[in-house]
Design a protein around this ligand. Structure first.
Ligand code: VG1
Ligand code: CO
Length: 543
């Protein structure tokens, strides 16, 4: 098999966003586009030479083709061994686990995560590094700089790879190991949770409904929930991965997974209703008649952590991304452990996890996970909830209401303004940035601005600095308004407005979220003038 060097011209747009390089499928289908990016990765991660690379994807359109290319390029770039999920499948958390298990130098996960799939949809590449975490900002920047002057890439020609046959194959000097995507991940979950207790809880007549949205988690849910925990097959829906995700939007939230909200509020509602996104790192949790907002879920799990066998020693410390509700901070305070506030994106949790400063972390964007991997983990979150319900014998609603009575309640909402012209979005941000420092002391309705700033993060472990991570207006601990631009969209610019309101009086614990937030929405418009500047009457998505 000949190793070839192919001459190529650089593409100027290969800068990774919040979680990897994400573009429309048509962009990835341009000649040498994927090859260029992968060569930039191989050149920028020299540790791959002579070592192991983990490869998988969420099963979307272009996945198999991309994996075949990545494998042939790995062989030509001196990688010693590639571990790939059978059928080209690996959820993002399972890939993170395999990187750790095999002491791999890196991992490539082909996914556009919560963006729609199919020929007209999106594709993407997430790069993870040794230890299982996402590539740092520094590394992604080096890859981007390198991509701008790339003149050739290396590939093994004529290689045939059978992604469906488990076991060892050889490609030139490289070994290719096709592994079951679920085996090792399921073993890890068994160590963390009380499977017997969950099995008994299910046997006692409690029920689960899990929607894999025809994306990557179907096989994981089938093995873990059905085969290992004994849930009936009817507990799963859309559990076979499809290239276009069956046309379903793979972002589990109240808008795109409206059907789950309806199920949870119907008279046939199961005890727990849940879903994950395209690559299996997000989780959506509902109980009978209740949606659990992700920031609340993080706080509830923090409060119940020591009831889970893998976390008997309890909460060591927590971290949340800056826009995420401060509900978990209250739990950390009560337990006298540290809570960290990081920029948006899972990569910022890696050092804290590595140094054992935290063992639980989460984001408002339906992401929750722990020290067991270096990614957010959808199936893990569902198992954590099942375990909490089985251990406490409480319903989801009871878990929530008890928590709110004890700690108070953080009403939370995110308003996304999608596909904005870049000028409108940047005008909103710049205008607010300019007036931000005049805000402290001003009163808006019942709230007075305590502090307002542009969020930056100084990593306490490696000393790196991340600036420009969003604008925040803080009304003491009573409320908060945050604005930032998304780094995962592929069409126009998405502006995110995050709203948080805290109440601790008994009479204020049972409000509807939108009612509680309505006055804050008005304050946000006075302060940031999104409607006035963009001309949008309402956000595209409210979650
Ligand atoms: C969004 C979320 C962020 C999350 C990221 C990746 O980023 O807000 O919390 O980490 O997606 O999620 P942004 O920049 O669009 O706000 V996933 O499921 O694509 O790995
Ligand atoms: Co995802």
């Amino acid at each position: 098999m000949p190793m070839r060097e192919i001459a190529t011209k650089p593409y100027p747009d290969q800068r990774s966003g919040t979680a990897g390089l994400r573009k429309r499928v048509a962009v990835f289908q341009q000649p040498h586009y994927l090859e260029n990016f992968l060569q930039s990765v191989f050149d920028s991660v020299p540790e791959l030479r002579g070592h192991t690379l983990v490869i998988g994807g969420d099963g979307r359109y272009f996945n198999r083709q991309a994996i075949a290319t990545a494998v042939a390029m790995a062989a030509a770039n001196g990688v010693a061994r590639v571990v790939v999920g059978q059928g080209g499948l690996l959820s993002t958390p399972a890939a993170s686990h395999l990187i750790r298990l095999h002491r791999a130098a890196a991992g490539l996960i082909f996914t556009a995560s919560h963006n729609p799939a199919g020929a007209d949809g999106d594709f993407g590449v997430k790069l993870n590094v040794a230890g299982g975490g996402q590539a740092s900002e520094g590394l992604t920047e080096r890859i981007y700089e390198h991509s701008k002057s790339l003149g050739r890439y290396r590939i093994l020609e004529g290689a045939t790879v059978d992604l469906d046959r488990r076991g060892l194959q050889t490609l030139g000097a490289m070994e290719l190991d096709v592994v079951d995507p679920v085996d090792e991940y399921a073993r890890l979950m068994q160590k963390l949770f009380d499977f017997n207790r969950i099995r008994e809880w299910l046997k006692a007549g409690h029920s689960l409904r899990y929607d894999a949205l025809h994306a990557v988690t179907g096989p994981y849910a089938q093995r873990i929930f059905v085969e290992m925990l004994g849930a009936p097959l009817s507990s799963l829906q859309n559990a076979n991965p499809l290239e276009d995700f069956g046309g379903i939007h793979p972002d589990p939230n109240l808008i795109h997974a409206r059907h789950l909200h309806e199920l949870a509020h119907s008279d046939r509602a199961p005890d727990l209703v849940a879903a994950s996104d395209g690559d299996g790192d997000r989780n959506m949790i509902l109980g009978r008649g209740i949606f659990v907002s992700p920031g609340d879920s993080l706080a509830f799990l923090a409060a119940h952590l020591k009831e889970l066998p893998g976390y008997r020693d309890g909460l060591r410390g927590v971290a949340r991304s800056m826009p995420t509700s401060r509900a978990v901070d209250k739990v950390a305070k009560a337990m006298a452990v540290d809570s960290y506030e990081t920029p948006t994106g899972w990569k910022f949790f890696a050092n804290l996890l590595e140094m054992d400063r935290i063992n639980l972390c989460g984001e408002e964007s339906f992401g929750t996970s722990s020290s067991h991997v270096r990614e957010k983990d959808g199936i893990w979150a569902v198992l954590a909830w099942l375990n909490v319900l089985a251990a406490t014998r409480l319903s989801v609603r009871e878990v929530a209401e008890r928590h709110w009575r004890h700690y108070g309640r953080h009403y939370y909402g995110r308003h996304d303004y999608e596909e904005l012209p870049a000028t409108a979005a940047t005008t909103v941000m710049q205008d607010l940035a300019r007036t931000l420092y005049d805000l402290p002391g001003r009163k808006f309705g019942e709230w007075e601005v305590g502090a307002a700033d542009e969020f930056g993060y100084h990593d306490p472990v490696d000393g790196s600095l991340a600036v420009n991570q969003g604008l925040r207006v803080i009304f003491g601990d009573r409320a908060r308004i945050v604005l930032r631009l998304s780094g995962t969209g592929t069409r126009g610019v998405t502006l995110r407005l995050y709203l948080e309101r805290y109440e601790d009086h008994a009479t204020a614990l049972g409000w509807k979220t939108w009612e509680a937030l309505a006055p804050l929405v008005n304050v946000a418009e006075q302060i940031a003038r999104i409607g006035a500047i963009t001309g949008r009457k309402a956000p595209s998505v409210v979650t």
